[in-house]
Design a protein. Structure first.
Length: 67
């Protein structure tokens, strides 16, 4: 997911997307720990990066509101 696509979402949608992506990262890590490695090893990395992008956009909006 590209940052420009993330910026198109509203604040509530971003919060929901953040929660969903965080849960997805957690589930992927649990599956990896249990031994059920995913068929796509890059999925974990891509999901973590998506989460970071979402957090970045949320932080940018928070800073914009306060100053």
């Amino acid at each position: 997911m590209k940052a420009r696509n993330i910026r198109e979402h509203g604040d509530q949608e971003l919060e929901q997307l953040h929660d969903e992506t965080l849960r997805k990262v957690f589930d992927l890590r649990v599956r990896k720990g249990v031994g059920n490695a995913t068929d796509q090893p890059l999925l974990v990395r891509e999901t973590r990066r998506d989460l970071a992008r979402i957090k970045t956009v949320l932080r940018e909006r928070e800073l914009k509101k306060h100053g």
